[in-house]
Design a protein around this ligand. Sequence first.
Ligand SMILES: [Zn+2]
Ligand SMILES: [Zn+2]
Length: 253
Amino acid sequence: MLIDTHAHLDSLEDLPGALARAGENGIGKIIAISSDLESSRETVSISEKYGNVFAAVGVHPHAANTADSGVLNEIETLAGAGKVVAVGETGLDYHYLKSEKQAQIKSFAAHIGIAYRADLPVVIHVRDADQDLINILKTERVSGRTGVIHCFTGNYETARTYIDLGFYISFSGIATFKKSEEIRDAAKKIPGDRLLIETDSPYLAPVPLRGKSNEPAYVKYVAELIAGTRGVSPGEIEEMTSENAERLFRFER
Ligand SMILES: [Zn+2]
Ligand SMILES: [Zn+2]
């Protein structure tokens, strides 16, 4: 059984079809990730409807300027819902800067607080902002259940820093792209017990489907790629990453 630890199920065009294909391709569990308050309400309701879907609630750094105290209070309430297994996605994105830095930093710190109080792991998005993110992780009270750096695009050294802080590293279809040697090097070298896989559907479809709309079934291509870089069988990666996901997210409350 494979687990897709990061999919924007509320943004898929044909959700029932995608979930059926995921089942046919051996995807046992999926975490529906949220991007803002509305999306958090939706992922919780999708998780209530489908047995193998769990939810993460939060406000994406792109939407950090919407994360006022009212929104954050509602996210905190949703974090207590039945099948919510994480807080996120949250983090810092200085590449697009769709919300200003200060708003992103404030929202990220608030999400860390929500995860701490709810005793949940946190799903972190980071782009061109590792140093600020690491500083926040070192100064805020982080949940003992840590979390995951999702869609990892850094090198081994950066991955090592997050692992030393207790975090897991999740690889997406980006790791299959031709120019992603550094990412594959990190996927090859990190300890097996910190490795996770995801699709980030509907974005970032892996090779050989690059450019198409992504869906949870395609997480198998990420598993195959990582198996190749580590010189093990896809079955071993499947077992290892699912065990890691079960340990981090627990999939029960
Ligand atoms: Zn992200
Ligand atoms: Zn995402």
